[in-house]
Write a protein that binds this ligand. Structure first.
Ligand code: PXP
Length: 251
């Protein structure tokens, strides 16, 4: 079990969701009256103690755009974590961008947000090749997976140093305490198994200012990726206070 404090990656996708709600057809993604600027938000999150910035460049470009990611690459001072589908186009983009981390996620155009973990066992050779290509370029890979033994074992075979456990089932069950307790146990067992398999274990999806009290008790987590809840809080408090408050609750 790691004794270092859990790190916080702030996912800023929904700053771009808000911008796209008004400026989807604008020729640029910032400048003039185009707001909010996710890059400015990322810099403020870093000033407040974010350990990294996470973005998901989705195939349908519904929120973050390529230009946002390129600007983040130039501007941020912490680490860039690119969430990406396992496609040739995204691999080519990541190899040019060279983020510190790339998290491989499943993608489905009809989903509101990432719904399940990556089916590693069902697409072994694609995941293995993607991990190998990114690793050769010096990008550390993570696989976003459901918290079960089969997914962890398949992930360990892929030679990816990191996994990110999908905490969505736990978060969705929060108001059904018996189910939430089961999901929390699944996360604990998965985190422990991941470590035994030599993986560094992150977690994310649906983590908020309330359930963080339980999530932080899962032994050995390295980093949490949190987006929606922090950005929602930021509407009331500003992003810097929202990040500081999450860090206080994490520790
Ligand atoms: N981690 C991954 C892999 C995700 O796809 C997402 C959602 O984009 C998150 C973390 C953040 O989830 P949330 O916005 O619910 O905090």
């Amino acid at each position: 079990m790691s004794s270092s404090p859990i790190l916080l990656g702030v996912n800023i996708d929904h700053a771009a969701t808000l911008r796209q709600a008004r400026y989807r057809s604008a020729a640029t993604t910032c400048g003039g009256m185009i707001e909010p600027d996710p890059v400015e938000l990322a810099l403020a999150a870093e000033r407040a103690g974010a350990d990294g910035i996470t973005v998901h460049l989705r195939e349908d470009r519904r929120h973050i755009q390529e230009r946002d990611v390129l600007r983040l690459r130039e501007c941020i001072k912490t680490r860039l974590n690119l969430e990406m589908a396992c496609t040739d186009a995204m691999v080519a983009f990541a190899l040019k961008l060279k983020p510190e981390f790339a998290c491989l996620v499943p993608e489905n155009r009809t989903e509101v947000t990432t719904e399940g973990g990556l089916d590693v066992a069902g697409q072994r050779s694609r995941v293995r090749d993607t991990v190998a290509a990114l690793t050769a370029a010096g990008i550390q890979t993570s696989l976003f997976i459901d918290p079960d033994a089969a997914s962890l074992e398949a992930a360990a075979e892929m030679q990816s140093p990191f996994v990110e456990l999908h905490t969505g089932a736990y978060a969705n069950a929060y108001f059904t305490p018996a189910q939430a307790a089961l999901e929390l146990e699944r996360l604990r067992s998965a985190a422990a198994l991941g470590q035994r398999l030599g993986l560094t274990v992150n977690a994310g999806h649906g983590i908020n200012y309330v359930n963080i009290a339980q999530i932080r008790t899962i032994a050995g987590l390295h980093e949490l990726n949190i987006g929606h809840s922090i950005l929602s809080r930021a509407l009331f408090t500003g992003i810097e206070e929202a990040v500081r408050e999450m860090k206080r609750r994490m520790h």
